[in-house]
Ligand binder design. Structure first.
Ligand code: CP3
Length: 356
């Protein structure tokens, strides 16, 4: 297949893609993690129409609608495909359900032997509605707005596959990391291959950049961080860049702390999503401007709003002036966020009303 779909082959014109390419822009582009979600009344309405969260993910028409809702309302510079990182394990054959107020529940993999249950052959057939959604979103986007595809990083996806649900201590995955590293390596191999293939298809369908979410990168000691967070992401990015050399890749190793230092060079990521605990002054000194950075307003500040929000926004805009910075939150927007606070945030960033 030819590498034609990569829209980055020429100098990009969309502000989000220009910033990722290191080109200057009048103001930082803005989008928000989980920008399509329950804080929006129109999302809740569409989700009710779809039936369940998973029904919504697999309905290209409605997934397109909820992806575009925050773009219409706020004029963000990028749209992110509406889907979930756990669709991939489901496509590999693992049972998945989203229980109301409980989050995801999967049929946990308990032993290395059970990895044989995973089957990579049928993933594209199962994920076809996602690729169709990507094409439809691309067709419906305003000219200036870029489309981000995404996947979970293998480590984060593995924590759910092995635990069977979200957990606070990641006991199952860490037990594999320390007690059965060859077994976890085998799972990483499966996920690296499937994730690379999944992201490639998203790019072919129209994604102009991709983000890799490593939500639980912050729970591993150094050696295991290198083996299960850096290595797998590096292999996925190498594959993507081999096919699409100018495809921008954003990595979000949440909670990685000082391990953010060197992470972009080690993985080949073009940009780093900063979580809200990463000190901005440290990021400015150690990551930026060599690496494009994105983030990291605390989502709770967006719930609080008012002067506290304005101060937080100003601090970020002052810290990363002119280029190589994408405005975002330091994790996903929470459901109780008032819509008018998001409007205010966009106004502040687009107006660049930085006060001294
Ligand atoms: O950012 C976007 O708007 C795009 C869509 C998107 C969703 N999930 C939709 C979603 C993206 C990029 C994700 C990524 C994702 N999913 C991550 C990594 C980022 C992060 O937030 O840390 C993780 C860990 C998941 C797994 C997941 N999905 C969990 C743990 C939950 C339950 C928690 C919750 O908020 O309910 C989900 C559900 C989910 N994924 C929702 C949405 C909009 C809420 C579902 C609903 O409508 O009820």
């Amino acid at each position: 297949m030819s590498p034609v779909p990569n829209a980055q082959a020429t100098t990009p014109t969309k502000p989000f893609l220009r910033t990722l390419a290191g080109l200057p822009s009048a103001r930082p582009p803005i989008w928000l993690m989980r920008q399509a979600g329950r804080y929006l009344p129109e999302y809740r309405e569409t989700r009710a129409k779809a039936g369940s969260f998973l029904d919504l993910c697999y309905n290209p028409e409605l997934a397109t609608e909820v992806t575009l809702q925050p773009i219409r309302r706020f004029g963000f510079d990028a749209a992110i495909l509406f889907a979930d990182i756990l669709l991939l394990p489901q496509a590999l054959g693992q049972g998945l359900a989203f229980k109301e107020n409980e989050g995801p529940v999967l049929d946990a993999i308990r032993t290395s032997g059970e990895l044989a249950r995973l089957d990579a052959n049928g993933i594209h057939k199962k994920l076809a509605p996602v690729y169709e959604a990507v094409s439809r979103i691309k067709a419906g986007l305003p000219d200036e707005c870029a489309l981000i595809g995404f996947a979970g990083a293998p480590w984060t996806v593995a924590t759910y596959m092995l635990e069977g649900r979200g957990s606070s201590d990641h006991a199952a995955a860490k037990t594999w990391a320390f007690g059965n590293p060859e077994g976890l390596d085998a799972l990483m191999d499966i996920l690296v291959e499937a994730t690379g293939a999944y992201l490639e298809r998203q790019v072919q369908a129209g994604a102009e950049a991709v983000q890799i979410f490593d939500t639980w990168a912050g729970v591993l000691p150094e050696q295991e961080f290198r083996r299960y967070c850096i290595e797998p992401v590096k292999r996925i990015i190498a594959r993507l860049k081999g096919k699409y050399p100018s495809l921008p890749v954003i990595a979000f190793p949440r909670g990685a702390g000082v391990m953010y230092d060197g992470y972009a060079a080690a993985t080949g990521a073009d940009a780093l999503g900063m979580d809200y605990t990463l000190p901005v002054s440290w990021a400015r000194d150690h990551l930026w401007p060599k690496t494009v950075v994105q983030g990291n307003l605390d989502p709770r500040l967006l719930v609080v709003g008012g002067q506290a929000l304005a101060d937080g926004v100003n601090r970020l805009l002052r810290s990363f002036p002119q280029q190589r910075y994408i405005f975002n939150l330091g994790h996903g927007i929470v459901p109780e966020t008032p819509v008018r606070h998001v409007e205010e945030l966009v106004r502040l960033v687009k107006g660049m009303q930085v006060s001294a």
